[in-house]
Design a protein around this ligand. Structure first.
Ligand SMILES: [Cu+2]
Length: 646
C-alpha cells in the first residue's frame, strides 16, 4: 500500500508540474491527522462541562464556524471569498485621511493597524493571540461589511509542493491571482548566511487572476526585494503616505519543498507543549531561519508580501496567517485543558526585558475591531473605572472622554471649557479663580485652545499654593493620543492638547494627569522618550529633515545612554561620532533608530559588537528601509541562543 501511495504521489506531482494541475502532495497529511484529534478534543470541550460548572450553549457542533483549506473550497465558494475581498478593497476607509493618506479603502485600514502594532505583536507573548483576533476581525468585516457567508480560508503551505500550480496562486479565475511576471532580480539572504532564498520565476507585477493589477497603497517600510526593482519610496517616513504601485510577487517553492511540508508542520506541533517554545520556534528557527511563519511569508515574497510591516496588503497574507492560526489551534487542542490558556513572553519585540505579557492584556485593533470588541471600549472602561474611583474619593479634578462622532466629545472645541467647569465644581477655591477669568474675558469660549487653557485652567490653578487640596486630584483624559486618530477629529488639536497638558508640571500644586491611549510606536516614543521641550515640535510628518534628525539624535542619545548605564559601558559610550553616524544611517526613519536601539540592547555583552554592525550599514548605498530589514536579518543570524552558548 505504501509503495502504491508513493507512486501515486510521484505520478500526480509530476503530472501537476507538467500540466499545471493543482494537485496536493497527499490528500491527507500528518498535520490533518493531528487536526482530527484536535477537532475531536474541541468537540469534547463543546459537549462537556466547563471548570466553573457551566456548559457552552451558544456553540454547537452544527453551528461552529469551520475554516477550510483554500483548495478544499468549491469554485463558487472561492468566488464568494474573492468577491468579498474585492468589496473591502472598494469600501471606504474609516481612518482619518490626514493621518493616513495612504489608507484608501477598508482593506487598507487593516494594513494600517498592522503597521501600527508590528513591534508589539511579533516575537511577543501575543503574536498568536493578536493575529487570531486580527484574522477574525478580517473575517468578520468580510461577513458583516461585505455580505460574505463563508469563513476565512487558509493556505496549508506545503500541501501543494509548488504553490504556483496550487488553487491559490495558479492564476485562474478562482485563484487569489497568479505569480508576478518574471523580471530579473536577485535572491534574498535570509537568516544565517547559509540561507539564500533564490530568486523565483516572478518578481514583477501580478497580471493574472482576480487580483491582477491590484494597487498597493501603503508602505513600503521594510522591503525585502532586490533594490534594483526600484519599489517607489513612501512619501512619508512612517509609511502611511499614499504610494500607489502594483502588487508584486515571487511565488516560489523553496520552503514548501524543504521546511513547510505537512510532515514539518506535524513535527512542529508535536515538538513542544510549551507555548513560549512553540511560538518562538514558529517565528524563528535558530539554526536556519526555516521557520513556518517566515517560510509562508517568503513563499509569496514580493512587495508588499515580503515587507515585515506592510505584508497584510498582500491578499494572500490572510490565508497564510489563517494557516498560522490553524497551526496553533491544532496545537492547543491536542491538550485543551493545559494549552488553551497558555500565554507567555514579552510585550515588545526584541526586548526580552520588556514587561511579561498577561492573559488579561488588551489586544488592540483600533478601527478594524468588530463591533463590541474594540480595544477602545475596554480601554475606556479602564479610564472610566479610574475616573469613577477618584470621583468616589472626591479626588477627581475633571475627566473627558473623546468619542468620534459623539458631538461635543468628538472634537476639542469644548475640551478645556469642560475641564474648567468640572475643576470649578470639584476643587475648593478654584471656583473663584475661574469665575474671575470668565469675568475678565467673557468671550473665552470662542478663543483658541491655547488661550482657553491659559485663562481657564492654567492660570486659575497657578493661583493655588502648594498646600492646596488639589495636590491629591487627578485629571482623566481618555483616548487622547492614538484613539484620537479616530476619536478626536483634528490631529493638530491632539498635539496642542498634549503639549498644554504637559504644562501642568510647572504648577506649584501637583496634579496627576492620566491619559489612556493605544501604543502607537512613534507617538509613544515621542511621548515617553523625548523631553517635553523637544516633543513639542515633534510632528511626524511635514517636519524638516533636520528636525527629524535632531529628534532622532536626542532619542539615540537617551537610549544609548540608558544602554550604556545598564551594561556599565562608561560615560564615553557610544560617543558623539557614533551617534551622528547612526543618525545618518537612520536617514529620517525614526523606527530605524528605535529598532536599532532594541537590537543593540538585546545584545547584552555583545552590545558593542552590535553597535558596530549598525554603524557598518552605512558603507552600502541602500535605502534606509533596507537597513531596517537588515536589522531583522541580523537578528535572525545572531540568535540569543548562539550568544548564550559562547
Ligand atoms: Cu504580523
Amino acid at each position: 500500500m505504501v509503495s502504491t501511495k508513493s507512486w501515486v504521489t510521484v505520478f500526480l506531482t509530476s503530472l501537476a508540474s507538467k500540466l499545471a494541475l493543482s494537485t496536493p502532495v497527499d490528500k491527507r497529511g500528518p498535520d490533518d491527522d493531528l487536526a482530527t484529534t484536535a477537532l475531536n478534543n474541541a468537540y469534547k470541550v463543546l459537549n462537556g462541562t466547563l471548570k466553573d460548572g457551566s456548559k457552552i450553549t451558544t456553540c454547537t457542533k452544527s453551528n461552529v464556524a469551520v475554516r477550510k483549506e483554500y483548495g478544499d473550497l468549491s469554485l463558487d465558494e472561492r468566488t464568494d471569498y474573492i468577491n468579498a475581498v474585492k468589496c473591502l478593497l472598494a469600501a471606504p476607509s474609516k481612518l482619518s485621511a490626514t493621518q493616513y493618506p495612504g489608507a484608501k479603502n477598508r482593506f487598507d485600514d487593516f494594513v494600517v493597524v498592522h503597521i501600527n502594532m508590528t513591534m508589539h505583536v511579533h516575537d511577543t507573548a501575543n503574536f498568536l493571540h493578536w493575529h487570531r483576533y486580527y484574522i477574525w476581525a478580517y473575517e468578520t468585516a468580510l461577513r458583516s461589511e461585505c455580505n460574505y457567508k463563508g469563513y476565512q480560508p487558509y493556505w496549508n503551505w506545503g500541501k501543494y509542493p509548488d504553490p504556483n500550480t496550487s488553487p491559490i496562486f495558479n492564476g485562474d479565475a478562482y485563484s487569489m491571482g497568479g505569480n508576478g511576471e518574471y523580471v530579473k532580480h536577485a535572491g534574498y539572504a535570509l537568516g544565517m548566511a547559509s540561507v539564500n532564498v533564490p530568486a523565483g520565476n516572478g518578481g514583477g507585477c501580478v497580471r493574472t487572476g482576480p487580483f491582477a493589477n491590484m494597487t498597493v497603497n501603503l508602505g513600503p517600510l521594510a522591503p525585502s526585494v532586490d533594490p534594483n526593482l526600484k519599489i517607489p519610496k513612501n512619501p512619508r517616513a512612517d509609511g502611511y503616505g499614499y504610494n500607489p504601485r502594483c502588487l508584486r510577487r515571487d511565488v516560489n517553492n523553496y520552503f514548501t519543498t524543504r521546511s513547510s511540508r505537512p510532515v514539518d508542520i506535524a513535527n512542529h506541533i508535536k515538538s513542544t507543549s510549551d507555548i513560549e517554545v512553540f511560538e518562538t520556534t514558529l517565528q524563528k528557527d535558530v539554526q536556519s531561519a526555516f521557520s513556518l511563519h517566515t517560510g509562508g511569508h517568503y513563499s509569496i515574497w514580493g512587495d508588499p508580501g515580503g515587507d515585515f510591516y506592510v505584508s497584510p496588503a498582500e491578499p494572500v497574507f490572510w490565508l497564510h496567517h489563517g494557516q498560522v492560526d490553524r497551526h496553533w489551534w491544532i496545537w492547543q487542542n491536542q491538550d485543551p485543558a493545559n494549552r488553551v490558556q497558555q500565554y507567555k513572553g514579552g510585550t515588545v519585540m526584541m526586548q526580552p526585558n520588556s514587561p511579561r505579557g498577561k492573559i488579561t492584556d488588551i489586544q488592540e485593533l483600533s478601527v478594524v475591531a468588530p463591533k463590541g470588541f474594540g480595544g477602545i471600549a475596554r480601554k475606556s472602561t479602564i479610564a472610566r473605572t479610574i475616573a469613577r474611583r477618584y470621583f468616589d474619593q472626591e479626588r477627581l479634578g475633571a475627566s473627558f472622554f473623546f468619542s468620534r462622532g459623539g458631538g461635543d466629545v468628538g472634537h476639542a472645541g469644548k475640551f478645556f471649557t469642560s475641564l474648567a467647569s468640572q475643576l470649578a465644581h470639584n476643587v475648593p477655591h478654584v471656583h473663584q479663580f475661574i469665575s474671575d477669568a470668565i469675568t475678565e474675558q467673557n468671550d473665552i469660549a470662542n478663543q483658541s485652545l491655547r488661550d482657553q487653557w491659559r485663562q481657564l485652567v492654567f492660570r486659575p490653578l497657578s493661583r493655588l499654593d502648594g498646600r492646596s487640596s488639589l495636590s491629591s486630584h487627578v485629571l482623566v483624559v481618555d483616548a487622547l493620543v492614538v484613539d484620537a486618530l479616530d476619536e478626536c477629529d483634528n490631529e493638530n488639536h491632539i498635539r496642542i492638547i498634549l503639549q498644554l497638558l504637559a504644562e501642568t508640571r510647572f504648577l506649584q500644586v501637583r496634579l496627576g494627569v492620566l491619559i489612556t491611549s493605544t501604543p502607537e510606536v512613534p507617538i509613544r516614543y515621542g511621548f515617553h522618550q523625548i523631553p517635553d521641550s523637544e516633543y513639542r515640535d515633534f510632528i511626524l510628518h511635514d517636519i524638516k529633515a533636520a528636525t527629524v534628525d535632531h529628534d532622532i539624535f536626542i532619542f539615540l542619545y537617551q537610549e544609548m545612554g540608558l544602554i550604556g548605564g545598564e551594561y556599565a559601558l562608561g560615560t564615553g559610550w557610544p560617543g558623539e561620532q557614533a551617534l551622528r553616524q547612526l543618525v545618518l544611517n537612520a536617514n529620517g526613519l525614526f523606527i530605524w533608530a528605535v529598532t536599532a536601539c532594541r537590537f543593540i540592547r538585546e545584545g547584552r555583552w555583545y552590545v558593542a559588537k552590535r553597535l558596530s554592525m549598525m554603524l557598518e550599514g552605512s558603507t552600502f548605498a541602500l535605502a534606509p528601509e533596507h537597513y531596517l530589514n537588515n536589522i531583522y536579518t541580523t537578528v535572525l543570524k545572531i540568535t540569543i541562543h548562539e550568544e548564550y552558548l559562547k
